[in-house]
Design a protein around this ligand. Structure first.
Ligand code: NAP
Length: 538
């Protein structure tokens, strides 16, 4: 969380800043350094920061030791400063002794096995966390058809009718299936699920960790709870599985990671962090005796699971043009077939596109361009520099059908601005009329919708409002006032967002907790914005 706070704060500096995160134990380069997978979460966050704050340069330096010898401190500081000054600096580097390492990827052909891959057994027993999810069910289908697997599918919820139909199809394909309700973050529940596998089938031959949650939102308002919701199923889940694996000794543990760990993501910093943990965890497992553990950085599966829900959200926002192609479920199954045919690699990247370097978040970048996410963040910088006029004139976006564009110098009454803003909100939420007393969150708003609204404000009024200002008072009235102010047609803020307290009243109330940031009234905690859109429906 402190890194997120730092990014938010540094992003308000007018000229952009340089954020360098120092950590140790992120990469296994010498085979001797102590690995710290929990530190690797910052890789996902640092890779996401530039997508949301384009003026903020962000780098990670993986050091050999947390506390270098006294004699090494000054040269190390010099080296880090030189790194910071260098324009050629890579986003992620590692120092080991005198050497400087930069991550790269190289294609290695993994030949498909003829018949069942080496790691699978006929009638093998496989536990899949998140087994009723999109990817879990497609992998079950693969295991059913390839080795007539006996499957234990775990998740927190009972199967829906649609999922029951899929389970029946698995049995028809030759599988035996048991579903177990277990929260993967709870080691005791996972131990019980593994015992159930043993009691029912007498063995456990493999574990696939496919439980996960995505959708925490933009760094600007990613709360500790929302971050935890994304980190816990992947990270705590991997640790619970590792404990099971050490006592049950399956042939393999396969962790479903994502290319987002390597590319970062727009409004996906928490998800990227969670997957970066899995990658580093698999690297750490390779160091010690125990079952073969591999982290697979999956690209998007077309129309499957969380990718399908993310796509639906983009379509609902009218952003279908940014959606990238992905793998078909059959291609995804083929990727697993190849990964399970070898035991040498602790991490495999599966990309739907040829890779020149590390995967990049092309979709996030397209989305940021399309919704002006960078402008919305940069508007905060300009405002911090007292340069609202520069912010207002920065951008000349294309006009979109339906938006009544207003000339920059045209004078508008407050009522006319409010009417236009109300129309923008109504269109964004698909509600007409819209209740002007409800704020953005009460209406069910989330990160991308906020960017969408700011984008339409930009197109309509030729002004740039910052995300920070938007989230501070996310109402039609407040947005209308800010537009008037940015156009130089009204005072900046008739209702001040911050009120000076008398000295005697400066202690924070205990209920908020000593570290709880003050939230503007009316803005719900982001934890109430479900991390997983599916949660909302439940
Ligand atoms: N779909 C893709 O294109 C794609 C691409 C790259 C990577 N991946 C990775 O592949 C995995 C599966 O993705 P998916 O698309 O199948 O997602 P999904 O359809 O949302 O399935 C995820 C499953 O995880 C379960 N889950 C979440 N939190 C849990 C917890 N605390 N304990 C137990 N189960 C939990 C959910 O069930 P309950 O809510 O009932 O617990 C859900 O069934 C994820 O780890 C994802 O990061 C997917």
């Amino acid at each position: 969380m402190s890194l997120l706070w730092l990014a938010r704060t540094l992003s308000t500096l007018p000229a952009g800043a340089h954020l360098i995160a120092l950590a140790c134990g992120l990469h296994d380069l010498t085979g001797r350094e102590a690995l710290r997978p929990e530190h690797a979460t910052l890789l996902g966050i640092c890779r996401s920061i530039p997508l949301e704050y384009p003026l903020l340069r962000c780098r990670v330096i993986d050091l050999e030791a947390a506390s270098p010898d006294a004699a090494e401190v000054d040269p190390l500081a010099e080296r880090i400063l030189a790194e910071a000054r260098s324009d050629a600096g890579a986003p992620v580097v590692a120092y080991r002794g005198p050497h400087r390492w930069v991550p790269a990827v190289e294609p290695i052909p993994l030949k498909p096995a003829q018949g069942a891959p080496a790691l699978l057994r006929e009638r093998g027993v496989y536990l899949i966390t998140g087994g009723l999810g999109g990817v879990g069910l497609w992998l079950s289908d693969y295991l059913a058809r390839t080795v007539r697997a006996r499957l234990i599918l775990t998740g927190r919820s009972a199967p829906t009718d649609e999922q029951r139909l899929r389970l029946t199809a698995l049995e028809q394909a030759g599988a035996e299936v048991v579903t177990v309700r277990a929260d993967v973050t709870d080691a005791a529940q996972m131990r019980a699920a593994a015992r159930e596998a043993l009691a029912r089938f007498g063995a456990l031959h493999g574990v696939i960790h496919a439980a996960g949650v995505a959708g925490g939102g933009l760094i600007e308002r990613l709360s500790a709870d929302a971050l935890h919701a994304e980190l816990a199923p992947k990270a705590l889940g991997a640790m619970a599985i590792d404990e099971i694996a050490r006592s049950f000794r399956p042939d393999f543990v396969l962790l479903c990671s994502s290319v987002t760990a390597l590319s970062g993501g727009l409004a996906r910093a928490g998800y990227a962090a969670a997957n970066a943990f899995l990658d580093a965890f698999a690297q750490a497992c390779a160091r010690r005796p125990g079952p073969y553990t591999v982290s697979v950085n999956l690209d998007r599966w077309r129309n499957v699971g969380m990718a399908a829900r993310a796509e639906a959200r983009l379509l609902a926002l009218g952003l279908d043009d940014v959606i990238l192609d992905g793998m078909s479920p059959e291609e995804g199954q083929q990727a697993f077939h190849r990964v399970l045919g070898q035991t040498a690699l602790p991490q495999v990247i599966v990309s739907a596109r040829p890779l020149q370097g590390l995967p990049s978040d092309d979709e996030g970048a397209a989305l940021a361009r399309r919704l002006g996410a960078g402008n919305a963040a940069a508007a905060g910088n300009a405002a911090a520099a007292g340069d609202a006029a520069a912010a207002a004139g920065r951008d000349e976006p294309p006009r979109r059908a339906g938006a009544t564009a207003v000339g920059a110098a045209e004078r508008l009454s407050p009522e006319a601005v409010t009417a236009q803003v109300t129309a923008i909100w109504a269109r964004a939420f698909g509600l007409d009329p819209i209740d002007p007393k409800k704020d953005f969150f009460e209406l069910g708003g989330e990160s991308l919708l906020a960017l969408q609204i700011l984008n339409r404000v930009r197109e309509t009024f030729q002004v740039e409002l910052s995300l920070r200002d938007f989230f501070e008072r996310p109402t039609v009235a407040a947005v209308a006032q800010r537009i008037q102010a940015a156009r130089g047609q009204a005072p900046a803020s008739p209702e001040p967002a911050l009120v000076a307290l008398p000295r005697t009243a400066r202690r924070l109330p205990a209920a908020g907790g000593p570290q709880a940031p003050a939230r503007p009234s009316g803005e719900p905690d982001a934890s109430k914005e479900p991390a997983d859109p599916k949660e909302k429906r439940r």
